[in-house]
Ligand binder design. Structure first.
Ligand SMILES: [Zn+2]
Length: 96
């Protein structure tokens, strides 16, 4: 039994919140962790919803990749934990 309470969901749980901001599906994108350099699909990230907002952590090193907080009319998106986010633009043609 694990004594730590690491209750997280996977990155797919952020799809609803982030779809309000991004027109593309971010969970299908790949992000590079600024801490360990791992490139993983965002859907594989460990997602913590109990913080104020959403915190996504690297599945490899648990470094924070993304923070998303909504407060009244503003949304705060912190992507400083990712060196890059690689989006699949083939999705864009499907909307036409
Ligand atoms: Zn990492």
């Amino acid at each position: 039994m694990n004594s730590h309470n690491y209750d997280y969901l996977d990155g797919n749980a952020a799809a609803g919140e982030l779809s309000n901001i991004f027109t593309m599906d971010v969970t299908a994108a790949e992000g590079q962790c600024a801490h360990c350099g791992a490139i993983k699909r965002f859907a594989e990230a460990h997602l913590y919803m109990q913080a104020p907002g959403v915190v996504a952590r690297c599945a490899v090193c648990e470094h924070v990749l993304l923070r998303f907080v909504k407060a009244r009319q503003r949304a705060f998106l912190d992507l400083s934990g990712m060196t890059c986010l690689i989006l699949d633009t083939s999705q864009l043609q499907q909307h036409a």
